[in-house]
Design a protein around this ligand. Structure first.
Ligand SMILES: [Zn+2]
Length: 467
């Protein structure tokens, strides 16, 4: 039987409560390192144990994950006779009669569900409870999953997992490469980025951050750049430590690469998005991000790839494309919702923070928020650009206010028309005489108003005395 950590048991309890409250589609947010596979295995096993007629479906979104998942289930000692592992696409395409009817459906990487195929599955098995598992319950354009689910269950945070040694601590560096951004669809145009990287030979900059003794995964904007990057690393360190691989790399060769990475013959894996969710890659220590992205899911997946727990390890994330300025840090607390886009939760006045992270000018580590003092080396990094601008604006407003007050005093102390005209000339007014007349008229009007008020007060007083 699969054994659970205590927070995982709590999580399972939460999910059960949701189902008992007549929710049917429950989205479970289990971040990287929270043990999504363990949770899924436990759910399948305990569901099938309850009744011999129970039958679980586990849906994945890539063919190669079917075998991997079945192997994992077997590794956990599950009887897979009553577990069907299949792809969303296949299941939604075929008529529901061709399958043995499930009594529980678990969807892996539930943020990938597409409205159309999802609806087909939901409609085909109207009375079957559905569990969606994901680390990031939002779509690739960061939009919420909306009515695809009825309930959202969350468990411990990344920060908690680090504190309790289920994930390694990390240091985040952001030595940014300058490049022009251009959108394509919901993300950046990666070929446009690639052409700039190639033209400006940025692999030279990347080499400076590579430690040939550390297991590293490099996320590139495109396959041509990833291949080039691997070549340049090997040229530079001259001992075939780096390899590029992608979806077209034959299965056997891929397995071979992974094995060599595991045993340390290969130190650096260059890829685009192959080493993403679900894909089993041995532990690594460094992640280098060369693919700018607007997708929070992708950012979290890629940056956290080096955080698997190992005693004494500090993971290094080297973000050369400024993703942290778009998304924050991997261990930031986020407010997940089915209704709105994920929001960063920051301890203090998060709304007034003009930048979500800052890079220390002395130790170069990236830290949360817009504070001046680096929490690592206590260097005073001064004010942020926006803070300086705001201060300047406030100062300007103060000067303007003083100036205005002085001008008013000058006018008020002018005794007659002649003096007023002089002021008008000094201030380069278009028609100083006209202006002076206006000032005098307004003075007169004020005096009259004052006189009137005084007369009224007097009248009131006298009428009171009469009474
Ligand atoms: Zn510092």
């Amino acid at each position: 039987m699969v054994s659970l950590r205590s927070y995982q048991s709590d999580f399972i309890r939460k999910i059960r409560i949701a189902f008992s409250q007549k929710k049917r589609k429950v989205c479970c947010v289990a971040g990287c390192g929270a043990g999504k596979t363990v949770l899924a295995s436990f759910m399948c096993a305990s569901h099938n144990d309850k009744n011999e007629n129970n039958y679980c479906w586990f849906l994945v979104h890539r063919q190669e994950l079917i075998e991997q998942t079945l192997n994992t289930f077997k590794m956990f000692g599950l009887n897979t006779d009553r577990i069907f592992v299949g792809m969303y696409q296949t299941v939604s395409r075929r008529s529901s009669e061709t399958f043995r009817k499930p009594t529980l459906i678990i969807c892996d990487e539930a943020h990938h569900i597409l409205a159309k195929s999802w609806k087909k599955i939901i409609d085909a098995f109207e009375d079957v409870p559905i569990v969606g598992l994901t680390a990031t319950p939002c779509r690739s354009d960061n939009k919420p999953l909306g009515n695809a689910f009825d309930e959202l269950c969350t468990t411990v945070s990344v920060k908690w997992l680090i504190e309790h040694k289920y994930l390694s601590n990390f240091e985040y560096y952001a030595p940014k490469i300058e490049f022009e951004e251009r959108r394509k669809g919901t993300d950046f145009d990666q070929m446009f980025i690639t052409s700039q990287f190639m033209e400006r030979k940025i692999y030279g900059d990347v080499l400076k951050y590579i430690n040939p003794n550390k297991k590293t995964i490099i996320y590139c904007p495109s396959i041509p750049f990833s291949k080039l990057m691997a070549d340049k690393i090997n040229e530079h360190f001259a001992n075939n430590i780096a390899v590029h691989f992608d979806g077209d790399t034959p299965k056997k060769e891929r397995a071979n690469i992974i094995e060599n990475f595991r045993n340390g013959n290969i130190k650096i894996l260059c890829n685009v998005d192959l080493i993403g969710e679900g894909f089993d890659v041995p532990d690594c220590e460094y992640c280098i991000l060369l693919r700018p992205t607007l997708s929070l899911s992708l950012f979290i997946q890629q940056s956290m790839r080096c955080m698997r727990y190992k005693e004494g390890k500090t993971a290094m994330i080297i973000d050369m494309v400024g993703n942290c300025y778009r998304h924050g840090l991997p261990d930031d607390d986020r407010d997940w919702s089915l209704e709105f886009k994920p929001r960063l939760i920051r301890e203090k006045n998060a709304d007034s923070q003009d930048v979500i992270v800052r890079q220390c000018k002395k130790c170069f580590r990236v830290y949360k928020g817009n504070g001046r003092i680096c929490p690592y080396c206590f260097n005073d990094n001064g004010k942020t650009k926006k803070q300086i601008e705001e201060d300047e604006k406030a100062e300007l407003e103060r000067i303007n206010a003083i100036d205005k007050r002085n001008k008013n005093i000058e006018v008020a102390t002018a005794k007659d028309f002649g003096e007023l005209v002089k002021i008008g000339i000094a201030r380069k007014y278009k028609d100083p005489a006209f202006w002076a007349t206006k000032v005098l008229q307004s003075r007169k009007a004020k005096e009259l108003a004052k006189e009137k008020r005084r007369a009224e007060r007097e009248a009131k007083k006298q009428s009171k005395q009469k009474i």
